[in-house]
Design a protein around this ligand. Structure first.
Ligand SMILES: Cc1cc2nc3c(=O)[nH]c(=O)nc-3n(C[C@H](O)[C@H](O)[C@H](O)COP(=O)(O)O)c2cc1C
Length: 400
């Protein structure tokens, strides 16, 4: 499970950050915790909206894509420090990454109360409508007399305290799994497969569902072709070379952008010869046009895309057998793509026939497959007939 930690202090030496770092280190096998930095967050001011600044966007993205958040709050004047409240104000103004997000509160203070008053206030703040976090109920981890609590390595000295922290964390893991499972089943409905919203790379003024979208759109943007060079992240190829390369891939590739528009496939052969039967006139189509209008199928496609878009997982795989016997072991993989800032950029789908690989392995190792009489398999259904998304709710983008 991928969590992010926020310490409500911007002091260089913060005990609350030490506590989060200890959780990240000591419970590494249990959770994957990334401790976020709030030091550079500007002071909230409605008249100077900095929601789009890199620092706010980064915090928002990390929170949105995490399975949960742990906030470690100090106590200042019987409440949360201004630095923490400031962050929450930014994240409940124009954007709402805490909405529906499971949150666990912990805290450390110099005195015996262990930030108890700040924690109660934080609970109320997080439950305000604009924030709308889902705070773990009934569990409090209060670390009083914090100056004596850690050793020189930043580890909690008292074993009973560590054990109690572990119990609270385990309760939070179960809580977050349930909350995320509930929200996952609802989120997908927002996916717009008609792609009408558009994105910054959507080519305007061309009907995306037109059969000759590729020619029209290429003309509109003066797209290069032929022997013109294209500089890639780690290479320099002409457009022709890029085509030769992609067409001879041992997998069939499809590019669906973040606007749910199908903008590319590597045409490895005629539709009949391909594992997934794509035709050139489909290029540019919105996703609702390239899938059968069967509610079960549409729901499935939305679920897969939303799971990838929201970062609940970054890879979904499923068997999609082709029509004839020779295409009965085809796997489809759907991988989320991101830009350098981590923004979702669409789906890289690849289809591959795994039978030759399995055959080769069996041949090389002198083994053969034997039927498992207890196995429950459905060898006849395809994705469009019987969709089934297998998403591991405990996995996260960072683990793939
Ligand atoms: C302005 C200010 C007010 C404070 N008020 C309280 C308080 O009301 N209750 C308390 O237990 N500690 C109070 N403290 C001490 C805090 O316990 C301590 O600064 C903080 O929790 C340490 O967390 P940190 O090391 O993560 O910054 C206060 C500290 C400051 C600077």
């Amino acid at each position: 499970m991928k969590l992010v930690g926020i310490a409500g202090s911007i002091a260089d030496q913060s005990y609350n950050r030490t506590l989060l770092n200890f959780i990240a280190k000591h419970f590494e096998g249990l959770v994957d915790v990334e401790v976020l930095d709030i030091n550079d967050v500007p002071m909230f001011n409605q008249d100077n909206d900095q929601t789009n600044s890199a620092v706010i966007q980064n915090l928002s993205k990390k929170i949105s894509t995490a399975d949960g958040v742990i906030i470690a709050t100090p106590e200042h004047n019987h409440t949360v420090p201004a630095a923490l409240k400031n962050v929450i104000e930014w994240l409940s103004y124009e954007i709402h990454p805490f909405d529906g997000k499971p949150v666990m509160i912990v805290g450390a203070s110099y005195h015996t109360q262990g930030s108890s008053r700040a924690q109660l206030h934080l609970r109320q703040i997080l439950e305000a409508p604009g924030v709308n976090a889902v705070v773990l109920p009934g569990n409090e981890f209060l670390l009083g007399k914090v100056k004596e609590a850690f050793d020189e390595n930043g580890d909690l000295k008292d074993q009973n305290t560590v054990n109690f922290l572990q119990t609270t964390l385990q309760n939070f893991i179960k809580f977050a799994q349930v909350i995320n499972l509930i929200s996952k089943t609802e989120d997908y409905e927002e996916e717009d497969l008609s792609a009408k919203e558009g994105t910054d790379t959507t080519i305007q003024g061309v009907d995306m569902n037109a059969d000759d979208w590729l020619d029209q759109a290429a003309k509109k943007v003066h797209a290069v072709d032929g022997d013109t060079y294209v500089k890639l992240d780690s290479g320099l190829l002409t457009v022709n070379q890029l085509d030769y390369f992609l067409k001879t891939m041992p997998v069939e590739l499809t590019y669906v952008d973040e606007n749910n528009q199908f903008i590319y496939y590597n045409k490895t052969g005629s539709a009949e010869d391909m594992l997934a039967k794509r035709v050139p006139s489909q290029v540019g189509d919105a996703l609702d046009k390239v899938h059968p209008k069967i509610s079960r199928v549409i729901k499935h496609v939305k679920q897969v895309i939303n799971t990838l878009r929201t970062g609940k997982t970054d890879l979904v795989s499923m068997p999609v057998p082709g029509g004839d016997e020779s295409k009965s072991h085809v796997m489809h993989y759907y991988k989320a793509m991101h830009d350098e800032e981590g923004n979702y950029k669409g789906v890289n789908e690849w289809a591959v026939d795994i039978k030759p690989i399995v055959d080769q392995y069996l041949h090389e190792t002198g083994q053969k497959l034997v039927k498992d009489p207890n196995a429950e398999i459905d060898a006849t259904s395809g994705a469009s007939e019987k969709p089934e998304v297998k998403v591991d709710v405990t996995s996260s983008a960072s683990k793939h």
